[in-house]
Design a protein around this ligand. Structure first.
Ligand code: HEC
Length: 214
């Protein structure tokens, strides 16, 4: 047990790290990845743990999201939206995005079409915040990227506090919590073993004394 647990830990870490590292080409050996078929054109960074967010189609389980929220989360960070809307969508220079602020000209700020057109074209400054630049200033964003970011914002508003993690963060948080759990179990096992040894010793002493006096 005492040697097995650290071994398991190391194995876990290695699995997670190799799952998190994007493979340089789509054909790189990735034993745990199921998507090795002809459709796998893009390198798939997921190794199973984060498979949920990887499909390019809107995920059926989460209702009608306009795109892939996991990818949207990554893009939200890489496109620089964080600078004005905060790393946790909490707002700053720009309005809060989760729970989303209702600007004066908006009936339903979570409407996918509204989100997509706002991100794509920017906004003139109807609120007290100033202007939102088109695509947040990152002209490299494609229509699909923008739909993914909109999906991310909608999902973050549906389950507040539970911002979906990207594959790397997911792997890291898995490793972290599993490590804590394993360490906890090792500690409990250690305590139980110590208690047990003391109990065995006491029993033996009592028996010896009983034999001597009897
Ligand atoms: C330079 C700062 C800045 C950056 C960068 C920026 N925004 Fe904004 N954003 C704003 C401001 C300011 C507003 C409010 C505009 C208004 O009141 O008309 C806004 C409004 C929005 C809204 C509408 C919110 C609502 O409550 O109706 C969305 C959605 C949004 N931004 C998404 C994004 C996304 C996604 C990105 C990254 C691609 C991004 N923004 C990057 C400043 C920014």
């Amino acid at each position: 047990m005492a040697t097995l647990a650290p071994l398991l830990l190391v194995a876990w870490t290695l699995t997670a790290v190799s799952a998190a590292a994007p493979s340089p080409s789509g054909t790189a050996a990735s034993p745990s990845s199921a998507a090795t078929g002809p459709s796998a054109a893009a390198p798939s960074p997921s190794g199973g743990a984060a498979a949920a967010g990887q499909s390019p189609a809107p995920s059926a389980s989460a209702g009608a999201l306009p795109g892939d929220p996991a990818n949207g989360s990554t893009l939200y960070n890489s496109a620089g939206c964080t600078a004005c809307h905060g790393a946790g969508l909490e707002g700053g220079i720009g309005p809060k995005l989760a729970p989303i602020e209702k600007l004066p000209d908006t009936k339903d700020p979570l409407n996918p079409d509204y989100l997509i057109s706002t991100i794509k074209n920017g906004k003139s400054g109807v609120g007290s915040f100033g202007q939102m630049p088109a695509k947040g200033g990152d002209q490299a964003l494609t229509d699909k990227d923008i739909a993914d970011i909109a999906a991310f914002i909608i999902q973050s508003n549906r389950n507040p506090g539970a911002t979906p993690l990207g594959p790397v963060e997911l792997a890291r948080s898995n490793v972290f919590w599993v490590s804590i759990a394993v360490l906890g179990m090792i500690f409990i096992t250690y305590l139980l073993a110590r208690y047990n040894m003391r109990w065995v010793g006491r029993r033996a002493r009592e028996r010896r004394e009983a034999e001597r006096s009897g």
